[in-house]
Design a protein around this ligand. Structure first.
Ligand code: KMH
Ligand code: ZN
Length: 304
């Protein structure tokens, strides 16, 4: 008899640093909005929420630990959802800025980006004739962006956050990033179970074809065997398509407005919770249970 697939661990990333306020009225901006989006996602079945914050006035991505603190106070007050803080922030931030919230707030989980890369958001510009704020166009048009994640940066984040008991969502945008992670596993800098978030469809990383997903999965399986939990993040219109494939293959999925603003062609998602409902519905159609935060903690060996 075929082995029953484990319950699907659903992550929701409510706001991120890529999309901008003009793009969608559903994008949460203030700490209260971000916290409520996280709670809505948790109620809809997300076991993990991956958090960024924004300037409450104009929505530009910031990394102010005080704003993260406000979000966490609201979320932790009424939910046991696993909190995952970004250490990627935005490619326009320094690494020192990016790590400050996770260092100060010692979350159970934090993102860790596994290699430096170009970061091309300019293809999105064509869709928007005008923007509410100047920073939106300036950031999107910038073709000189390097998302800096050198070996020194990665090891520093591993040490500063890892020493406090934080575990990691290893964000891998290409096979090279899987090899970087394997090298760190060999050197004893990271330990299993590894939570490997494979990212598809961002310009500068791998594409969003089924073949890209299959190659990333095969490579991760070859490098990590049974020592990893595999999750899929499809950017933009690839979100549900690739998330569905991941779930059909026994993996896990990440959704949320950080990664896609869409519910379907030309139709904006109404909320983060709506995307979580969509992916958990797909999981159930595929006869997958949806993991609780407790189950995610156990499988990812989080401290709770
Ligand atoms: N925006 C995602 C593609 C991070 O926060 O560390 C990547 C991300 C980076 O989530
Ligand atoms: Zn993020």
């Amino acid at each position: 008899m075929a082995q029953q697939a484990k319950a699907a661990i659903i992550t929701c990333a409510p706001t991120g640093a890529i999309h901008t306020p003009t793009m969608s009225p559903a994008l949460p901006i203030t700490p209260e909005q971000i916290a409520q989006a996280a709670l809505g996602a948790a109620a809809a079945g997300a076991a993990i929420v991956h958090l960024h914050v924004r300037d409450p006035q104009d929505g530009h991505p910031v990394q102010d630990p005080g704003l993260f603190k406000e979000v966490l106070a609201i979320v932790k007050d009424s939910s046991d959802v696993v909190i995952n803080l970004t250490t990627g922030g935005s490619p326009h931030m320094t690494v020192d800025e990016r790590i400050a919230p996770a260092v100060q707030l010692a979350p159970e989980l934090a993102s860790l980006n596994m290699g430096s890369m170009n970061f091309g958001l300019f293809p999105m510009l064509d869709r928007y004739p005008s923007f509410r704020y100047d920073w939106e166009r300036e950031r999107l048009a910038d073709k000189d962006v390097v998302f800096k994640n050198t070996y020194a940066d990665i090891e520093r984040i591993l040490q500063l956050c890892g020493d406090q008991g934080t575990r990691f969502e290893f964000e891998c945008y290409d096979t090279a990033h899987l090899y970087n992670l394997a090298n760190m596993l060999d050197r004893g800098l990271v330990r299993a179970p590894l939570f490997v978030q494979t990212v598809f469809g961002l310009l500068g990383g791998t594409g969003n074809d089924l073949e890209d997903l299959a190659h990333m999965r095969r490579t991760a399986e070859r490098l990590f065997g049974d020592q990893f939990e595999w999750s899929v993040l499809g950017a933009g219109s690839a979100q549900m398509r690739l998330g569905t494939i991941a779930l059909s293959l026994g993996g896990n999925a990440r959704v949320g407005l950080e990664d896609s603003l869409w519910d379907g062609p030309g139709k904006l998602a109404e909320s983060n919770a709506a995307q979580v409902e969509r992916i958990t519905g797909i999981a159930r159609l595929l006869h997958r249970e949806v993991a609780s935060p407790e189950e995610a903690r156990r499988r990812l060996d989080l401290r709770g």
